[in-house]
Design a protein around this ligand. Structure first.
Ligand SMILES: Cc1cc2nc3c(=O)[nH]c(=O)nc-3n(C[C@H](O)[C@H](O)[C@H](O)COP(=O)(O)O)c2cc1C
Length: 398
């Protein structure tokens, strides 16, 4: 695949990146315009992305005091596998656009930091090479890292291709399968539409990518490969997928409590509440909003499967809000892309350290020494609840 990475160095010293937002400007500086548009773009007018970013700040903590927090434990089991921290790296395709090291580099960084990573179907490098990088890093660390790799599945239209992909994923040793279910069609990525139009006016893209290295990818750099995304995907497809894949299955991209209920009925192990980083449907609910729907209308789900969230998470403290409300862990996407694009491995590690420190200091100030002490009463969700969906009320007789 043609790489669109550059060898430019950012003008900002890594030491000055003290929040995850700080990676964005340096990444913009070094990325080609096309790669920048790919990572930063969102659907339509950006409302879904905005909701993701905003909703984290619409929940406040209710901290408890004097609870002896001299030592704390940030470990969290995700689908039965310990993670050093309660967040993971979300699936992102075409990471060759961020850095020549692409997915193997991010896998190595996650392994160093004891994080789980979800590897996209739409990788720049073969899925086996990514697993090898993870294993090599494990060897260096004498297998001390709890980190595991999961695989995000875009179900190919051609089911025989799907089967061969799932078999490769299994053979490579991926721990769980995260099936993306919000992509019947690719969202309207406005910034990319402008870029495509400009490219057409300029008579052809100079950086056009091909699917040469990944025959399963339904999109490259955010542009669909015709005939790959399957609008025919349905709940019934879970039957043959389960026959082929015996490990845990997570449905990625669930956005309503109704679909969580169906997911429970189909016996999957987890749901990832997500609107694809605001890149798919316009005016989507944030993952937090969907989590509140679950708590309100079907709280039993929280005991029946693991609930994950992603979208707009930029502060480790916010991870704890989701955990208070019953989530297992939260995924982080763009901050890792930006950090890796600008600073490579050092960026990946720093991004994790920033989030980890925020988790740790917030746990202490919240009065918890382990994550299982987090409770719904430790957050005030009133503002978000006011906006939550309610079934239409039957009108009184007048
Ligand atoms: C550059 C980029 C590529 C992505 N590629 C995929 C993908 O291949 N498969 C997928 O299921 N989700 C993909 N996503 C969505 C992420 O898995 C995740 O839902 C989202 O990035 C979370 O939001 P955040 O970036 O605000 O953290 C992608 C997101 C970005 C930003």
């Amino acid at each position: 695949m043609t790489s669109t990475t550059t060898t430019k160095k950012p003008s900002t010293n890594l030491a000055l990146c003290v929040t995850t937002d700080d990676f964005e400007a340096p990444a913009k500086e070094v990325l080609s315009e096309k790669s920048w548009v790919y990572v930063s773009s969102s659907a339509s007018s950006g409302l879904s992305l905005k909701a993701n970013l905003d909703d984290w700040s619409r929940i406040n903590f209710r901290p408890r005091i004097m609870r002896s927090v001299s030592s704390i434990n940030t470990n969290r089991a995700i689908l039965g596998q310990t993670s050093q921290l309660p967040f993971f790296v979300s699936a992102m395709g075409t990471l060759g656009n961020a850095h020549p090291g692409a997915e193997p580099l991010l896998a190595r960084g996650s392994t160093r930091k004891g994080l789980h990573m979800v590897v996209s179907t739409a990788t720049s490098k073969p899925l086996e090479e990514i697993m090898d990088a993870h294993q090599e890093e494990q060897n260096i660390l004498k297998n001390q890292s709890p980190s595991k790799l999961a695989f995000q599945l875009y179900v190919p239209v051609d089911r025989s291709k799907a089967l061969s992909l799932i078999r490769r994923v299994k053979a490579a040793g991926y721990q769980s399968l995260w099936i993306t279910v919000d992509t019947s069609v690719l969202g309207k990525r406005t910034a990319d539409r402008y870029l495509q139009a400009q490219e057409a006016l300029d008579q052809g893209a100079k950086e056009r990518e091909t699917a040469a290295e990944n025959e399963f990818s339904p999109a490259f750099g955010g542009r669909p490969v015709p005939g790959y995304l399957d609008p025919g995907l349905s709940w019934e497809d879970l039957a043959w997928i389960k026959q082929e894949w015996s490990g845990p299955i997570v449905l990625k991209g669930i956005q309503t409590v109704e679909d969580v209920k169906i997911a429970v009925e189909y016996g999957v192990q987890g749901v990832l509440l997500s609107n694809h980083g605001g890149r798919q449907i316009h005016s989507a609910p944030s993952a937090l909003m969907t989590l509140l729907e679950i708590r309100t209308y079907y709280p039993e789900a929280l005991d029946k499967l693991e609930v994950f969230l992603d979208g707009g998470l930029r502060d480790g403290a916010d991870v704890l809000k989701a955990l208070c409300l019953g989530a297992t862990a939260v995924g982080v996407g763009r901050p890792y892309f930006y950090a890796m694009a600008a600073y490579g491995m050092e960026g990946i590690e720093k991004c994790t350290d920033v989030l980890a420190e925020e988790v740790e200091i917030t746990m202490k100030m919240l009065g918890v020494s382990s994550l299982d002490q987090l409770r719904p009463e430790m957050v005030n969700t009133t503002r978000l609840l006011n906006d939550m969906w309610r079934p239409e009320i039957v009108r009184p007789r007048l």
